[in-house]
Design a protein around this ligand. Structure first.
Ligand SMILES: Cc1cc2nc3c(=O)[nH]c(=O)nc-3n(C[C@H](O)[C@H](O)[C@H](O)COP(=O)(O)OP(=O)(O)OC[C@H]3O[C@@H](n4cnc5c(N)ncnc54)[C@H](O)[C@@H]3O)c2cc1C
Length: 709
């Protein structure tokens, strides 16, 4: 980023994980610092990089969560760091849209070269109940949440007398027998056994750790015999293992397996369900980029085929796998003819059918190799880029209780030696000397002291929040991404577009539903016109509620129609003849509306409804003054729920507010008020508040056809 605040870079690295961070470092190392900062940027939605191989230890409370994360700014000091969520990538325009946070408008960042290093996501939607109830093991927050849940369950179990409830609380089910699942199962067992002394009412027979795996043996990433060793070892420690079995559904307290078995448990951890990043799925579809299981296919130098300036690495990329033992040929552009007949006879160093696995050891090395290639291009080198030829050093998995399994360069180890090896290798790979020292201290303390059971929960953003605004404060601008639904508790919000104010939102009214249900962007700018308090509901929660109930969805769909732009209102008005628009409301309104009175009994109100089956009725007080509108359903609900009797007075019902205008108002203005109100009628009252009539769209349509106008 230049001092002139341009967001324009030669190289933009999207993603601050293993691939992104090591790519940025490799480029920065090859350029003068000032130049690197000017030309290179890394973009990530968190300002830290997570060392995922140690997440299970965080869940097991043997390492502090802060010790397995590193600030990207400290890892990549010589490049620009942009913290924000990428919301769109436009390849033809070479730009990327960034949501930088609550108080910053969306940014557009330009680039010459783009590196895709966004990793993947977890999608549990194929198993009913799993997205709502399963714990994940993907982020630092997931690991902390799981640790907290395990300790919570022990705390609750000590207060229970019911055997079945204790069992349910102390049954922990881990789904997936890859290294993440095995390590998590081992760590949960270590944690419970390590802290059991603080919960004397809980005996060994009370808790269960269950591991469910769809394959025939654990650790499919390693080898069958080490998988079998691991199975023997952890089942001897008490983990119950179910192979060739899948979870078919779950609730907050049960898990059903494909063999029909049902476990009662409140704590299910899913380590499966890796899915492609949705941004890249869209990007590939839009730009016809070839994919392998939705990973972006690259050539051996990690360039995306068909795009000179687009690169990909890490979990989101399908990088061709080098063949073990085959000598890499002299670098030559993909598809170039072999230099000699001898070369033509040699084994190709790449297996065209195989891609590198999605692991940290590959992502990290791909990042470095790609960084070197891009740095060479920036320096004007005309040599072809290096090909990625790493074939993997082997695999390691820590299975808890000071035991691990390892397959390193064909040599297989297990037990304590493998565990020491696991710790040494991962410690060396952990970025940052200070982090390594802190982890060594954590591990050392873990040998002598019990694991920490303190339940410290950071106050996370509430899904429902109150927001206070002073007069003139703007809550969002037109064009920004919509993130919340709002209800005005007190004060007033004005919505405006570039033609001026379009709507005023009063206490009890809401806004935000149109943007959340449709294009996810604000159509208007919202500003408080007086000191205002809003209640806000997170977009995710709003969408979950409106998606779950057809009637709520219909309600919001209906109310979302009131957010019409000036152009839309003008084009609707054009459908009404100019003669009608110039009329006064008093000329067009129905002058003898059916009303209810506060002094009517509900039985009388009911009789009115039966005789005149309208949806709603104006309500008048004893002085004939208009005080709002009563709907049919309010009367029925009050009687049905038994809150009121047939003899109760209508004054006990709370009337709905409805826009009221005066008879002299022109139809032109009344029509706009009607459209913006989201209702199907307007009440016309005189200056004393006495009802004069009712105006509905039907009155207007009726007038359209009248020849005497
Ligand atoms: C629990 C667990 C244990 C593991 N153990 C091992 C192991 O022992 N050995 C091993 O080799 N591998 C292991 N892995 C796999 C390894 O962690 C991944 O292969 C590796 O992290 C991939 O690196 P990456 O850079 O491609 O993606 P990631 O590390 O996932 O990084 C993706 C980056 O993109 C950013 N990002 C995503 N979306 C956006 C967006 N819209 N806007 C801005 N930024 C965005 C993220 O914040 C992140 O910075 C484990 C994984 C897990 C989850």
């Amino acid at each position: 980023m230049g001092t002139d605040n341009r967001f324009d870079f030669d190289v933009l690295i999207a993603g601050g994980g293993f691939a992104g961070v090591y790519c940025a470092q490799a480029i920065a190392r090859r350029l003068p610092t000032a130049e690197a900062r000017q030309r290179i940027a890394i973009v990530a939605d968190h300002n830290y990089m997570v060392f995922q191989p140690m997440l299970a230890e965080v869940a097991g409370s043997s390492i502090s969560p802060r010790h397995v994360v590193n600030p990207i700014r400290s890892l990549c000091r010589s490049v620009s760091v942009l913290r924000g969520a990428i919301t769109d990538i436009d390849l033809p325009a070479r730009t990327l849209a960034l949501n930088a946070g609550l108080f910053t408008p969306n940014l557009t960042v330009r680039y010459n070269h783009l590196v895709l290093a966004l990793g993947g996501i977890v999608d549990l939607s194929r198993v009913p109940g799993m997205p709502e109830h399963a714990f994940l093991m993907k982020s630092i927050g997931d690991a902390q949440e799981l640790r907290g849940a395990v300790i919570d369950r022990l705390e609750e179990a000590t207060l229970q007398r019911d055997e079945a409830a204790i069992k349910r609380l102390l049954t922990f089910v881990i789904v997936g027998g890859g290294y993440s699942g095995v390590e998590t199962a081992g760590q949960i067992l270590d944690l419970i056994q390590g802290i059991n002394r603080f919960y004397p009412r809980i005996a060994r027979r009370d808790y269960r750790v269950v591991l469910v795996h769809s394959g025939p043996h654990l650790l499919p990433e390693i080898s069958e015999d080490l998988g079998r060793y691991c199975e023997k070892n952890i089942s001897a420690r008490g983990v119950e293992i179910f192979l060739n079995t899948r979870v078919t559904s779950m609730t907050a307290s049960t898990v059903t397996l494909s063999d029909g078995r049902v476990f009662e448990s409140h704590t299910v951890v899913s380590t499966v369900g890796n899915a492609p990043h949705p941004l890249l799925v869209d990007l590939c579809k839009k730009n016809n980029i070839p994919t392998e299981k939705a990973r972006v296919i690259t050539d051996e130098s990690m360039r995306v085929q068909g795009f000179e300036n687009l690169w990909a690495a890490g979990d989101c990329a399908a990088v061709p796998m080098a063949v073990k033992g085959a000598k890499p040929s002299a670098a030559s552009p993909a598809g170039a003819a072999p230099a000699s007949a001898g070369a033509a006879m040699s084994v190709s160093p790449f297996d065209p059918r195989k891609y590198c696995p999605s692991t940290a050891q590959f992502a990290y090395r791909q990042g470095i190799c790609l960084g070197k290639n891009i740095a060479a291009i920036l320096k004007g080198s005309s040599a072809p880029p290096h090909k990625f030829t790493f074939t993997g050093l082997g695999e390691l998995a820590s299975i808890g209780h000071q035991s691990a399994v390892a397959d390193i360069m064909g040599l297989r180890f297990s037990g304590f030696i493998a565990w020491i090896m696991w710790r040494t290798i991962y410690l060396m790979k952990l970025p940052g000397l200070d982090r390594r020292l802190r982890v060594v201290i954590d591990w050392t303390l873990d040998l002598f002291f019990p694991r920490d059971i303190t339940l410290l929960r950071a106050r996370t953003t509430e899904v429902v929040q109150e927001v206070h605004l002073e007069k003139g404060d703007t809550i969002f601008h037109a064009g920004e991404p919509a993130t919340s639904f709002y209800v005005v508790k007190s004060g007033r919000i004005e919505l405006r577009d570039d033609t001026g104010p379009v709507m005023s939102i009063c206490p009890g009214e809401h806004f935000g539903e149109r943007a959340l249900l449709h294009d996810r962007k604000w159509r208007f700018t919202a500003t408080a016109t007086e000191p205002t308090t809003l209640v806000s509901l997170e977009a995710k929660v709003f969408q979950a509620i409106s998606g779950a109930s057809a009637s709520i969805h219909e309600f919001f769909e209906h109310s979302s129609q009131q957010y019409l732009s000036r152009q839309q209102i003008d084009s609707i008005k054009k459908t009404v003849s100019p003669e009608v628009l110039c009329l006064k409301c008093s000329d067009v309104m129905s002058k003898t509306p059916i009303t209810l009175r506060t002094t009517d009994t509900l039985a009388q109100a009911l009789a009115t409804v039966v005789k005149h089956p309208f949806n709603s009725f104006p309500l008048l007080d004893a002085n004939e003054k208009l005080i709002g509108l009563i709907t049919q359903s309010q009367i029925y609900d009050a009687l049905k729920d038994g809150d009121l009797t047939r003899e109760s007075l209508v004054e006990k019902l709370a009337p709905c507010a409805i826009p009221t205008i005066q008879g002299a108002t022109l139809i032109d203005d009344a029509l706009e008020t009607l459209m913006r109100s989201g209702r199907n009628k307007l009440l016309i009252a005189d200056s004393d508040g006495k009802l004069q009539g009712v105006l509905t769209p039907i009155d207007l349509l009726g007038r359209e056809g009248k020849p005497d106008l």
